[in-house]
Each structure stands twice: as C-alpha cells, then as structure tokens.
Design a protein around this ligand. Structure first.
Ligand SMILES: [Zn+2]
Length: 300
C-alpha cells in the first residue's frame, strides 16, 4: 500500500512524499523541502503516523525539494535515511549544499526551502548501485540513475519505481517534462538511466512531481523525446548568439506552448512551473552544451 502525501508546495500536486506500508511499519520515500515540514507531519498524521513511527526514509537525491526535510524527520525520531553515496556527505553536513543553492535562489532561499540542519553520520546510510535494502518483507532496490543529478538513485519496490527527478515531472497525467537545473545535467547519461528504468518493465512509476502512472514505457519515452527536442531548441538559440537572459523567455514560451497544446489549463501550467521552473532549465542546458558538447555550440 502506497499513499501519496501532497506537500502542497505553493500549490497542490507540485511535490509528493510517498508513504509505503511494509510488514514492519511505514517508510517514507522523499521528504519534500524543510519549508513544508509542518504539512508533511500533518499528512503523516492523517495516516496515523508520526516521524518516530517511520522505519526508514529513502531519498532519490539531495536537492532541497526532495531531501530538505530529512534532518527534521531524523530530529523527530525517524531512525535512518538511505541515500546515494555522493549525496550522503551533504545530509551529514549541508553547509556546501545550501551555499550552492543560495547562489541560485538568493534571498528567496528560506521562503522557498526553509532551513538546513545536519543529520548524525551514523544515521545516514550510503547505498550503492544495485544494493537492496530489506524493510520487513519489502525490498528497496537502489538504481544509480544520473542525468538530472550525478548523485541520483531511483528506488524500486514491488514493481513500483520511485523515480525522483530522473523520471521527469508529470502532473495530472499531462506531458512528461524534464527538470534541467544546473550544474549536473547530462542528457546521454540520462538516456542510459531511462533505458535502465524501461528494462525493469515496472507496473508503475511515481515521480516526486507528481503522482502515480501505469504507462511506464510511454511515460519514459515521452520524457526522452521532449528532453532532447528542448535541448536542441536551446542549442539552436545559443548558436544564434542569444545569452541566458534572452533564452529564458523563449524557453518559457516553448514550454507553455507545448503544455497548452497538450490541453492543459492555466492552473495546471502554474503547477508545472512551480514543480519545474522553466527559468532554471535554461542555465542547466546552457552549461550542459558548453561543458559536454562545446563543438556543437561553436557550430561544428
Ligand atoms: Zn525535484
């Protein structure tokens, strides 16, 4: 049994945490940001669960909308958090992570994401690719799935993929869009991660943004197609000499057009924009092209 907890980050259906029942008690997949921790606690309480009742917490990666509240859960009695090895140090000491996020978000930092806090080292478990964590009769398989971030695991249990951000953003059954923030976007690695997820032939995918979908292969195909198309559009504009400031409104227009063409209304567009801000994907893509394919930016 899996319950979707809507953390209502600015709007409904933008960030989820997933409460999974196991034979020995509940576990949580993803925590949302610290700023929605009161909402997370209330959502847990609706299911009769306190943080201290959790047997474990799993996070896909350490971006603040996924793991920002992990330290609060630990402070309130959750026993252990499972995370990618490259993410673990940043849960133990979040100083550098918060500094780098502050460079993107500036003064909005606290309003958006809340506050940082450390987790005692012995309660942060780094999980290797392919490792399975047993919680009662359930098994949670870690799959190293880079592309969105270099420190990203998808967690797989009982035919369900918790895809974090590598499975894209999809709200209310709409199009699957790629979250492309700097600094670690890598489209070829991302495609390999999608191949890996497709090969599981899973029954369901649950992206953190947002909900549960049974059309797993179509979902992943849609994401892959859109990701490469959008990246090529941005590359084209870069080659015309547009800088990031000029790229942002063009990219926002491209995203909005595509979502509207899929039949989404303005409210749904706003939800997508909160879950996956278009302005953030521009620097992510620009960095990807310059770093990974400088020859294509130059026009070769
Ligand atoms: Zn995210």
């Amino acid at each position: 049994m899996i319950n979707t907890l809507d953390l209502k980050f600015h709007r409904p259906r933008t960030i989820a945490a997933y409460l999974v029942e196991t034979s020995v008690g509940p576990v949580l997949v993803e925590t949302g940001p610290e700023s929605t921790y009161p909402r997370l606690k209330a959502a847990l309480a609706e299911h009769g669960v306190t943080p201290a009742d959790l047997r474990a917490v799993f996070v896909s990666h350490i971006h603040l909308d996924h793991a920002g509240a992990a330290w609060r859960l630990m402070a309130d009695g959750a026993p252990v958090v499972y995370v990618h090895p490259k993410g673990a140090p940043h849960l133990i000491d979040p100083t550098r992570l918060w500094e780098s996020a502050s460079r993107i978000y500036g003064e909005q930092m606290e309003t958006l994401w809340g506050r940082p806090g450390p987790i005692p080292e012995e309660r942060v478990r780094a999980v290797q690719d392919g490792e399975e964590i047993a919680i009662g009769a359930s098994r949670f398989l870690a799959l190293d799935t880079p592309g969105h971030a270099g420190h990203h695991h998808a967690w797989v249990t009982d035919g369900v993929i918790f895809s974090g951000d590598v499975g894209g953003v999809r709200i209310g059954g709409g199009p699957v869009v790629p979250p492309l923030p700097p600094p670690e976007i890598h489209l070829e690695l991302w495609r390999a991660s999608l191949d890996r997820l497709r090969s599981l032939e899973a029954a369901e995918i649950r992206p953190t943004h947002f909900g549960a979908y049974a059309d797993v292969t179509a979902h992943l195909d849609d994401l892959e197609d859109r990701m490469f198309r959008w990246a090529e559009r941005v590359l084209g504009w870069m080659r015309e000499g547009l800088d990031e400031e000029a790229l942002i409104p063009r990219f926002e227009e491209l995203v909005a057009e595509e979502l509207r063409a899929a039949g989404l209304d303005e409210e749904a567009l706003a939800e997508y924009e909160i879950a996956d801000p278009a302005w953030m994907s521009v620097p992510g893509l620009v960095r990807y092209w310059r770093k990974v394919h400088p020859e294509r930016v130059a026009g070769a």
